[in-house]
Each structure stands twice: as C-alpha cells, then as structure tokens.
Design a protein around this ligand. Sequence first.
Ligand code: PHE
Ligand code: NA
Length: 433
Amino acid sequence: MAVRETWATRIGFILAAVGSAVGLGNVWRFPFLTAESGGAAFLVAYLVLVLLIGLPVMLVEFVVGRRTKHNVVGAFEELGGSNWRLVGGLGAFAGFVILSYYSVVGGWVIQYLIASVTGAYTANPEAYFGSASVGMNAVLFDALFMAFVVGIVALGVRDGIERAAKFMIPGVVLLLIGLAAYGSTLPGADDGYAFYLSPDTSTIVTDAVGLLPDAAGQAFFTLSLGMGVMITYSSYLGEDRNLLSDGLIILVADTSIALLSGLVVFPFLFAMGVDPGDGGPGTVFVSLAGAFAELPAGRVVGAVFFLMLFLAALTSAFSIMEVVVAFVTETFDVDRKPATVGLGVVIFLVGVPTALDLAILDVYDVLANQVLLIGGGLLLAIFGGWVYSAGALEEFTTGMTGGDRLGTAWIWFLRVPVVLVLAFVLYNGFGAT
Ligand code: PHE
Ligand code: NA
C-alpha cells in the first residue's frame, strides 16, 4: 500500500476542515432555521450547543483520527475492537447517504449559477425551480457536481483537497463579505435583519423544547460532525499541535460564516418584498431567484452568490467523499483514482431517487441529520468519555502545554451532559422519521 499522505501545512488542514464545515448548511439551512425558530432565541440555543456539544465531539474525532492515523473504520477498530468497527461503518454509510443528496442540491446550485448569467429564472422563479430541481436536469447536474468532486478528490489529500481549499475558502469569504456589503445598501435591509434576529417572544417558551433537536441537528450538520469527517481529516496530521485551538478556529469560522450568510440572504429578500417562505429545500432557491430577478444588477449579484455557494458546497463534498475513499482504499487495497471514480458512481446512483422526488430528498435529509449524525455523535461521546477516556485524555494534551484540567473537564462533559443531550435529541429524531 502507498505511503499515507499528510497535510502540507497547518493552515492547509484548517482550511480543509473549515471547507468541510462551511457549506450548504451555513447558507441554505442556517438563516432559515434561525428565522423560522424564533430568531435570536434560536441563535442563543444554537451557539450554546455548538460550543458545549459540538466542540467536545469534534475533539473526540480529532483525538481518534490523529491517534490512529487510520480511516474511520480502521480507527475505531484499532482503539475499540471489532464492535466499534461497526460504528466506523455507520459513519461511512452516513457519508454515502449525505453526499448522495448533497450533490443533488450542488447540482441545483450549478444550474442557478448558469441561469443567473442567462437570465433563465427571471421570468418565473417558481417554474424554473420545478424544472431544475426534479427530473432530468437534476440528475444531469448531480452527475456534473459529482464529477467535480471525483476530479479533485482523486488527486489526493495535498494536491487535490488541500490545494483546492486554499483558494476556494478565501474566495467564499471574500464573496460573502462583498454580498453582505451590497445587501446592507438595499432599502429594506433593516427589516431583513429584524426578521432574522428578533426573538418572537410569543413563541419562545412553547418552542423551548422543540428548539433543542433542531439546534443540535444543525450544530452537528454545520460542523460536519458525527460521521468521521474530522477523524479522517485529522488522521492526515503530520505533527502534533494543539487540537483545542484548531477546533476553536474551525468552530468560530463556521459560525461566523453562518451568521454572515443571514446578513446576506435576508436583506435581498426584504428589499424586494419577497416572502422568505417556510425554509423548505426549495423556498430558498425560489425566493432568492425571485429577488435576483428584481434587484439592481441582479444577474451579476445572483451569479456571484451561486458561485460562492458552489465553492462552499464543493469543499464540503470533498470531505464526505474523502471519508469513504480513505475507508475503501485502506481496507481493500485499491488505488485512490479507481476507488474515487467507482465510489462517485455508486453515490450518484444512491442519490438518483432524491433527484426525482423532493419528498425523498427530504427523507434522506432528516435521516442523515436527526438520526445518523446525532447517533454517530452519541456513540463518539460514549467512546471518548467512557470507553477510551484515558487514551483520549493523553492524546488531547499532546501538543499543548498543560491542559490536564481542561482535558479532565472535557471527559466529564462528554460522559454526562453530552451523552444525555444527544440521547434526547436522537429519541426525538426517531419520532421525526
Ligand atoms: N458541514 C456541511 C455544511 O454545513 C455539511 C456536511 C455534513 C459536510 C456532514 C460533511 C459532513 O454544509
Ligand atoms: Na457548516
């Protein structure tokens, strides 16, 4: 077997991990979920969960990956034996499910990018979404999106993923800042910000419990947790550095970009008096296209927006692909290129039903977020807190000075509160499917 790759630089690792975290979840899901679930109140719940539940689980993934330098299945097997191998397998399975529909939405983004230039959605955004999102177009552009993913990931960790993230992620940030600045100049921007962030006091209390599962699901999805992305990426760390500070950087970057996305999306919609809709998979595309159709220089702004979204979605898709590619190449001793192409085809086929029926896409999305990622997170918390805690603690403090007390607090945090919250959320998730 070929020698295992490592990241070329620390910033390369961080950008790749931020690239994984920053994706459709930030731009497509977060602003609408926030607006829909009580604005500022939801935001507070979400931030608390990201910090208190997301960060501890991310650190378990880092510790497991860096310790073993294996793919998700091999890593769990080495540290936990053959039963835990199954947990790794669950992560790889989640990768198949998530990438199969994530790439369908990625295909929508490519179509909207082209349509912004040609003006194809201007006349009737509703009808355009219908023809782009389901059926032949959806299938073809899903395949095209997967071709980009396969093309980059086949090049390898350094020459493919790391190199791409190094220019794509700064690109995403610059484009978003530009879009937010433009949005702030629009009439109605203030109404947009208010809709986004004002708490709806009439529903805060009744929504309090209902808020938790959504906020936790979003926290996991947005940070790419619970399926082994961070295990796989940290398995390519060549040197020992402070995992806590790397984790915090990734978390702050992802959260800032999610917040910024809301500052982009809502002024656009409110400036044009477009109804933000109910946040379902289609409404974001329909309502934004409606706004771009009317805005001054709307086509250019639309093209910039969808280009930004395309880059963000790609870097996330790379990371999901890498989980399964690492697993397959290291388990069956196949080369990276044929493995990536073969897996790309399989994942595309798994996703075809979601390109033919939006209701099926929704089922995949709920299954992934509320069951697979949360279930994976619960198992990771049990593993780090109870099963492998001594080793986890040792690995956690490697590369930082001191850190014993912090590490012990982390383990206790995993043991009780994280496990309880995730078990509650998972229980709720089963109710939803
Ligand atoms: N974090 C990505 C986003 O916010 C989605 C993702 C989930 C990526 C799980 C990898 C694994 O869009
Ligand atoms: Na994200």
